[in-house]
Design a protein around this ligand. Structure first.
Ligand code: F1P
Length: 323
């Protein structure tokens, strides 16, 4: 079996590991104003964490490490109370260098005792090592561990990790349905659409498709796609919409893409006339990424296998990017 599939299936265990990691740092009180940084998947995670910070009443902002190093005057960074740097390996050159850019306290989120964990003032080490080049279950585990810390810091009740772990088991029960979509519909591009906290999830889905399946994928904030971008959708396209809170525009959007010949896959509360549908479990908004991510990771995995790719070790990619 591919390591990637094994790692996606380890999501429930990853959530429990995340809780253990959170317990070790739970006395750290996060400030209100936090800057997040990372590269690749870890940057999309930094966007999720910044959004979650804003939603919970703080001020979060996310930047890729290279932008923080070489173009930070163009962004409204000001002086945060904390810089949170994310890296699965904890060895990515840009992450380690970006930490030197600001004279503030730093937290590192990583899967290993690493250069990042040593360099940071606080380390959130979530023990979810992965053999695959591509980040999967560690992503949702890092997210969950940090959300717990954020909630505790802002005097909100933390989530029940065992319950969340069980929810991810239910989600993984959709694996054969996702494999069947891939078998049945040989699409040649895919567009992921999400809003709010599910927009960075759409970005991460796009990256998974590119990394694992070397495949043409795009991602947009839900309704932004109508402004020109939708021209690429035709009878060879799959449009994946994350819709936890549907209203009439979502249904219109499904019809609009179907009118262009595309097939639509809704992951959400209601079917909305889509060609494929997975009912999203009703959870707190901030838990939505945790239950959507395994689904899109499986979609990318099965697309890679269908295309004869090796998702564990994609061409041209390195597990740790160094300069
Ligand atoms: C960052 C990253 C990954 C990507 C690939 C190359 O790694 O860009 O997001 O999937 O493995 O490296 P890291 O800093 O999180 O270890």
């Amino acid at each position: 079996m591919h390591a990637t599939l094994n790692e996606i299936r380890r999501t429930p265990e990853g959530i429990l590991k995340a809780q253990e990691a959170f317990e070790k740092v739970k006395d750290v009180k996060l400030p209100r104003k936090i800057l997040y940084t990372g590269c690749g998947s870890s940057h999309f995670l930094s966007q999720l964490l910044a959004m979650a910070t804003n939603k919970l009443g703080g001020r979060g902002f996310a930047l890729p490490c290279s932008e923080l190093m070489y173009a930070r005057d163009y962004y409204p960074i000001e002086q945060p109370g904390l810089l949170v740097a994310i890296s699965r390996s904890g060895e990515t050159t840009e992450v380690l260098k970006a930490m030197d850019m600001l004279d503030v306290r730093k937290m590192g989120i990583t899967a290993y005792e690493s250069s990042l964990s040593k360099k940071a003032d606080y380390a959130l080490v979530v023990e979810t090592p992965e053999d695959s080049v591509v980040m999967t279950h560690s992503f949702q585990a890092f997210y969950f561990a940090y959300i717990q810390l954020l909630r505790k810091s802002y005097d909100l009740e933390t989530f029940n990790a065992e319950h969340v772990s069980e929810l991810t088991k239910d989600v993984l029960g959709n694996e054969s349905y996702i494999r069947d979509i891939i078998e049945e519909f040989e699409f040649s591009n895919v567009i992921f659409l999400g809003s709010g906290i599910l927009y960075p999830v759409a970005l991460e889905a796009m990256l998974k498709m590119k990394e694992m399946a070397i495949f043409w994928s795009e991602a947009y904030p839900m309704f932004e796609v109508r402004h020109g971008f939708k021209s690429i959708a035709d009878s060879n396209s799959l449009v994946v919409m994350f819709v936890p809170s549907p209203f009439d525009w979502h249904e219109k959007l499904v019809k609009e893409f179907q009118g262009q010949g595309a097939k639509v896959f809704v992951i959400g509360k209601e079917e909305l006339g889509a060609d494929y549908f997975i009912k999203l479990l009703e959870v707190d908004e901030l838990l939505q990424p945790v239950i959507v991510l395994p689904l899109i990771q499986l979609l990318a995995y099965y697309k890679a296998v269908k295309r004869g790719m090796n998702p564990d070790n994609p061409r041209f990619l390195d597990k740790v990017v160094r300069w």
